[in-house]
Design a protein around this ligand. Sequence first.
Ligand SMILES: [Zn+2]
Length: 55
Amino acid sequence: MGQRMARCMGCGSYTLKETCPNCKDNTATPHPPKFSPEDRYGKYRRQLKAIAKEE
Ligand SMILES: [Zn+2]
């Protein structure tokens, strides 16, 4: 354990490499270690908007 599986964005196969051995496309880890602050605030903003709409 300790190695992070990455998923190919092109063919969807799993690999430990940064590029897919099949189609040479970039791979991405399905569970990124850090949350994006932009995503967090975006979600928070959407919640506020939903509450404001109900009032
Ligand atoms: Zn691929």
